[in-house]
Design a protein around this ligand. Structure first.
Ligand SMILES: [Zn+2]
Length: 138
């Protein structure tokens, strides 16, 4: 690994199950999978409904609204590429549609984050193919 590689943040690699999800983010939509069989809504993309096993899933864009269910502030960077970002807040956001997702806080200081705070989705384009979902105070 060259020193330059160490400064590159690891990026997610879209696969067959998640390609639509990443395309959605590039278009400014956070896609959730809704199960036509049981109504379960899931965030993490996969071929089957985690509640009932049905493959009858359809993508729908999330409203972008949510609440901070839990969070922690990262003071020590997990690698050199993240050093300039610290301290930052890692959020466990409960989306209005139900699923919880891990993301990061943007648009303020990590000290601003509180439990149950209303947040809204923003899109952070970090590479040609990759746009990351992040949250700011609503
Ligand atoms: Zn289901």
């Amino acid at each position: 690994m060259s020193p330059d590689d160490a400064l590159q943040k690891p990026l997610p690699a879209p696969d067959a199950d998640t390609a639509a999800f990443w395309r959605g983010l590039r278009e400014g939509k956070l896609l959730l999978q809704h199960c036509r069989a049981c109504g379960h809504v899931q965030y993490y993309q996969q071929a089957m409904c985690r509640a009932c096993g049905s493959e009858e899933l359809e993508h729908r864009a999330a409203s972008g609204r949510g609440k901070v269910h839990s969070f922690s502030v990262v003071h020590r960077a997990p690698g050199p590429a993240f050093k300039a970002d610290t301290p930052y807040a890692v959020l466990l956001v409960e989306l209005a549609e139900g699923p919880r997702m891990i993301s990061t806080f943007t648009g303020g200081k990590p000290e601003d984050v509180t439990f149950d705070m209303d947040v809204e989705l923003t899109f952070d384009r970090v590479a040609e193919e990759i746009t990351l979902p992040r949250f700011r105070r609503a």
